[in-house]
Design a protein around this ligand. Structure first.
Ligand SMILES: Nc1ncnc2c1ncn2[C@@H]1O[C@H](COP(=O)(O)OP(=O)(O)OP(=O)(O)O)[C@@H](O)[C@H]1O
Ligand SMILES: [Mg+2]
Length: 276
């Protein structure tokens, strides 16, 4: 395997210039600029640049261990970069107060792997949790929202079940409902399809598309499943060794003649991408 960084070994690679304003002069919801992160002597993020398109679904693909989950933690303010900027609604979340960061975090919905539900709460209470924590709504107002969201994801008959009593797919749908209760502007999914069979994956993808078209928002989804990426993406970013090696419209990514992108998106073992 080459020892240089990926930017130097992939010929013809083009990356979008970071822009804060879109063509309508609006501030972008979410952007990372030249973010670096090292753990010990392991450089995970090595100059990550991504400017997410508002109200679109961007899928992030990339080999295991390449820094995708670490990027999500930077976006939600759980990890601070060593260098670079994480801009949410045009503000660098590491140059504002803890209080302001907390306020910004409320505008995110995050679906962690396996739904990350609280094991000690039933599906209803799990879904109500962000509303009880972050708003002063009455229980009856909360109930309206929770029931609406849980009905949208098909869990209206499982309100009193605990996470351990439902299937993996149901836990993901509950996590998705919970991620949407605060009407987030930004929704992040870390491998929503992992551990699901192909039919459930496909159903969850339909649900993501349906909820996105109903509620809008800037969606970012990390996945290893090329079929998921093909189905839901408006834009595709490919990360390798802590850098973006491809970013563009989904159709363009799937038709790319860049050997790395081709290898990764077709899941072939032959190509520039090795195991290290
Ligand atoms: N808090 C941490 N402390 C030390 N190392 C970490 C920490 N978080 C992540 N890493 C390391 O950073 C690297 C990237 O991890 P990350 O979880 O972002 O990979 P990933 O691209 O999400 O992989 P996968 O596709 O397998 O989920 C891994 O080698 C991981 O061990
Ligand atoms: Mg991960």
């Amino acid at each position: 395997m080459p020892t240089q960084n990926s930017a130097e070994i992939i010929p013809g690679m083009t990356l979008p210039e970071p822009r804060l304003l879109d063509t309508n002069g609006r501030v972008h919801s979410m952007e990372v600029r030249n973010v670096h992160k090292t753990f010990g002597d392991f450089r995970v993020l090595q100059g990550l640049n991504l400017n997410f398109v508002d109200d679109a679904i961007t899928t992030i693909l990339g080999p295991s261990g390449t820094g995708k989950s670490v990027m999500i933690k930077h976006l939600v303010g759980l990890l601070a970069p060593d260098a670079g900027e994480v801009l949410i609604f045009g503000r660098d979340i590491w140059k504002i107060s803890e209080r302001e960061r907390y306020e910004i975090r409320k505008r995110f919905g995050v679906l962690f792997q396996d739904g990350a539900l609280f094991g000690s709460m039933n599906i209803y209470d799990n879904t109500a949790f962000p509303l009880r924590k972050h708003t002063d709504m009455s229980e009856s107002e909360i109930s309206d929202i929770v029931l609406e969201r849980l009905t949208e994801v098909g869990l209206e008959k499982s309100l009193t079940k605990y996470p351990s009593e439902v299937s993996g797919g149901m836990r993901k749908r509950a996590g998705f409902a919970r991620a949407l209760v605060l009407n987030p502007d930004i929704v992040l999914f870390d491998e929503p399809d992992s551990g699901l069979d192909p039919v459930r994956t496909s159903l969850l993808n339909d649900l993501i598309l349906e909820m996105h078209s109903r509620h809008k928002g800037t969606y970012m989804l990390v996945t290893h499943d090329i079929r998921t990426a093909r189905k839901v993406s408006d834009y595709v970013g490919v990360i390798w060794k802590g850098k973006v090696v491809h970013y563009g419209e989904a159709e363009e990514a799937f038709n790319s003649d860049n050997p790395f992108v081709r290898q990764f998106l077709s899941g072939e073992s032959a190509g520039p991408l090795g195991m290290d």
